[in-house]
Design a binder for this molecule. Structure first.
Ligand code: SF4
Length: 443
């Protein structure tokens, strides 16, 4: 039996200017062809016409504007890219019917504009890769990487030497990816990077157009826009810069989850200095209190290193007092281990293994007690829970807003056989232990 495949949309291309522009046009067409689009040699047969402009000289600009005008007159559905993208306002004013204007070397954006203007017809034979990409996580939650690399040089870490300095993605590209993931069934976005609060520093927080308005490449703006997409948004790897305070009101408004994963690593000024991390731990305690006033349900997760070279008993005692005061919701701890190539390996005064073990055990005992007390305080409340698994015996496992997948606790449900993976349901909490909650769905 023969299957008729849907015809793909056809793209027309007018490429002006220098050989560099020509290479850009080839790259754009290569990507569109690999996405399944067909090419049209003339205006009449094209579903969309791309005009790759040149703006090097006034005469080149003139020629570009003429080419745009001709494409509008002959076809009407036109996307402008290339050097003239810098003059988007002028182009839009002159040609109000234009579908999109993008700048030079913005492949991701121009290809995205074509997908929006002329979507590929769905076909199981053509679309072997879903629009949201291939995922290794379950359908209902997805990691969203916003940058690569890191500008810090923490003494125990070799990530900057492996991955280089911070390189941030464009906010519109991140938001487009998030939108696609949500269309494909994601209900929870986990924002990740090496340093989420530094997002956009390398590109000077340059704004980009997203759904008709400018969005800065900045953690606060990105969080707000992600929050508007309707999924749970969870922030990971947030370095405690002052501007982190700005995202807390977004949590209070319900735009993003009241959850912050901040790897503090230590509290003692001496150890933080040896680690080459900023030492503002007393201010951090004040800030945590303030965050809890603004968003009372905020869950703060952190990680700490014990037994770092030079950590004295006083430093460790300071960390324990700090933890008692900070009352963090979730804590992970590591015993310091030298990593090949890390600056910390050359530090004097290594902590003997048995002392490391003993400090680790004390810290885990303290944080487990704090966690148990905090979870106990949730018994009797009704919490929203996202369902990760449903078993054959009427039970289900999920997570509250305070629990990230894989690293935090879970909520075990009884009488939950009617639920499906990815549902977000209200759950009456009946019991708690050191790490997990137990409850029953209210519907
Ligand atoms: S620990 Fe984190 S913040 Fe420090 S250098 Fe490594 S990646 Fe950067």
């Amino acid at each position: 039996m023969a299957t008729t495949l849907p015809s793909p949309p056809k793209i027309g291309m007018v490429s002006l200017g220098c050989p560099k522009n020509l290479v850009d046009s080839e790259r754009i067409l290569t990507k569109l062809r690999s996405d399944g689009y067909a090419m049209s040699p003339d205006y009449a047969g094209a579903d969309v016409v791309l005009v790759n402009t040149c703006g090097f000289l006034d005469s080149a600009k003139e020629e570009s504007l003429e080419a745009i005008g001709e494409a509008i007159a002959e076809n009407g559905r036109v996307i402008v890219t290339g050097c003239m993208g810098k003059e988007a306002e002028m182009i839009r004013a002159k040609f109000p019917g234009i579908l999109a204007v993008t700048g030079a070397h913005q492949y991701e954006e121009v290809v995205g504009a074509v997908h929006t203007a002329a979507p590929m017809p769905p076909s199981a034979f053509l679309n072997l890769v879903p629009e949201s990409g291939l995922k290794l996580t379950p359908r209902h939650y997805s990691y969203l990487k916003i940058s690569e690399g890191c500008n810090h040089r923490c003494a125990f870490c070799i990530i900057p030497s492996l991955r280089g300095d911070l390189v941030s993605r464009r906010p519109d590209a991140i938001l487009r990816e998030a939108e696609k993931l949500i269309e494909a069934g994601t209900r929870e976005l986990l924002v990740i990077s090496q340093d989420t609060s530094a997002y956009g520093v390398d590109i000077r927080h340059q704004p980009r157009m997203w759904h008709g308005q400018e969005v800065r490449a900045h953690m606060t703006d990105l969080s707000r826009e992600l929050g508007k997409l309707g999924a749970w948004v969870r922030l990971h790897y947030v370095y405690p810069y002052p501007h982190v305070d700005q995202v807390i009101p977004l949590m209070a408004e319900g735009l993003i989850l009241p959850y912050l994963d901040i790897p503090f690593q230590h509290a003692s000024r001496n150890v933080l200095k040896l680690m080459k991390r900023p030492a503002n731990e007393t201010k951090v305690l004040e800030r945590i209190k303030n965050w809890r006033t603004i968003a009372p349900d905020i869950a703060i997760r952190s990680t700490f290193v014990v037994g770092f070279p030079g950590e004295t008993e006083d430093d460790f005692a300071y960390l324990m007092d700090w933890l008692e005061e900070a009352q963090l919701d979730r804590v992970g701890a590591f015993r310091f281990e030298p990593v090949e190539g890390a600056a910390a390996n050359d530090l004097p005064n290594p902590v003997p293994e048995e002392i490391k073990e003993e400090r680790y055990a004390r810290l885990m005992e303290l944080t487990a007690r704090i966690s148990a007390d905090k979870l106990q305080a949730k018994v009797g409340r009704t919490l929203d829970v996202i369902i990760d698994a449903v078993d054959d015996e009427g039970g289900a496992t999920g997570r509250s807003k305070a629990d990230a997948p894989e690293i935090d606790g879970e909520v075990f449900l009884r009488d939950a056989g009617h639920l499906s993976v990815g549902d977000i349901v209200a759950v009456a909490i009946e019991d708690a232990d050191e790490h997990d909650l137990y409850g029953v769905p209210t519907v």
